[in-house]
Design a protein around this ligand. Structure first.
Ligand SMILES: Nc1ncnc2c1ncn2[C@@H]1O[C@H](COP(=O)(O)OP(=O)(O)OP(=O)(O)O)[C@@H](O)[C@H]1O
Length: 293
């Protein structure tokens, strides 16, 4: 195990009865990293996280968190904050009471006021959980993960159900936690959030890790795309292009060169390139490629 690894997952397998949900999964998360574990529905992300969180026992393989077994709660729990997909707060408790209760369970020290400010729930301190909106409940879930500023924070689909403003606020809070040195493990179906923020990404499909790397490493194997539409009757550019749904696509590993040629041709022939877009491969494309099989 690497000396700095906060999480070390080595050939993890997890079965539910006859169903093999996680297959020989290995990955490491280094101190201070934001690692995004992404994948298709049912890929096994939550199952893997549940083993890391100490909520589930592996069928085989080794998982270490801070060098300890995650089931050693006394060693690991005070250092790890967890935002589950659903926390199951008691509906009759107020926001303040819920945070205080969770705070006690973490074994970390903090003040309710600071945590509510961090997750932007100060105005709802006295509101019962049953009266919170979906997005407010999600922010209360986030409060449980950040209480006491843990070294490791696990976020399972943290922004699902949040409006754009609340998402931005959550990511701003995550940025501040990272500035303080926190290590973050994240699952999300919002690939652009992972693309923008993750230091490294693991892509899972049907229980296995199909690819792992930085965004650049993952996307450089696929071509960039230039797309545009042409006015009726316009000549076609002398470049290898495909027609998709009435518009033109160029797939290229030489984005700059092909764009230069295309724009030069359009300029010389006086053709307008409508809805012109050019950009590197997005994580969505890598994702589609791994989930085809
Ligand atoms: N308690 C359980 N009993 C039986 N099967 C389960 C159980 N929990 C999960 N599974 C199955 O294991 C597989 C992996 O589920 P998991 O929730 O880990 O996937 P996921 O990658 O988190 O999916 P999603 O993105 O849809 O949340 C799925 O096929 C799911 O139906």
């Amino acid at each position: 195990m690497s000396a700095s690894a906060v999480i070390d997952v080595d050939r993890l397998n997890l079965s539910y009865g006859d169903f093999h949900a996680v297959k020989d999964l290995s990955f490491r998360v280094e101190r201070g990293e934001l690692y995004a574990l992404l994948g298709t529905n049912g890929a096994g992300k939550t199952s893997a996280l549940e083993v890391i969180e100490g909520h589930r026992t592996a069928s085989s393989g080794a998982v270490r968190v801070f060098g300890e077994s995650p089931t050693d709660r006394r060693a690991v729990r005070p250092r790890m904050g967890i935002m589950l997909q659903e926390s199951g707060f008691s509906p009759d408790l107020t926001v303040t009471e819920s945070v205080r209760l969770i705070g006690r369970l973490t074994g970390r020290s903090d003040t309710v006021d600071r945590v509510l400010d961090l997750v932007d729930l100060t105005g709802k301190a006295g509101t019962r959980v049953s009266q919170l909106s979906g997005g407010e409940k999600r922010r209360l879930d986030f409060a449980t993960a950040v209480y006491g500023g843990p070294e490791l924070i696990v976020l399972d689909e943290p922004t699902t159900g949040l409006d754009v403003q609340s998402r931005d606020a959550l990511w701003a809070a995550v940025d501040r936690l990272r500035e303080d040195g926190a290590t973050i493990v994240l699952t999300t179906h919002y690939l652009e959030e992972a693309q923008q923020r993750a230091d490294r990404i693991g892509l899972m499909h049907q229980g296995t890790l199909r690819q792992e790397g930085t965004v650049v490493e993952l996307t450089q194997a696929l071509p960039s795309v230039i797309s545009f539409a042409l006015p009726v009757g316009a000549p076609e550019p002398p470049i290898d292009i495909a027609r998709v749904n009435g518009s033109f696509h160029i797939e290229t590993f030489g984005l700059q060169e092909d764009l230069y040629r295309l724009l030069g041709w359009a300029h010389h022939t006086g053709v307008e390139l409508r809805e012109l877009q050019a950009g590197p491969t997005r994580l969505d494309d890598v994702f589609r490629a791994i989930s085809r099989d």
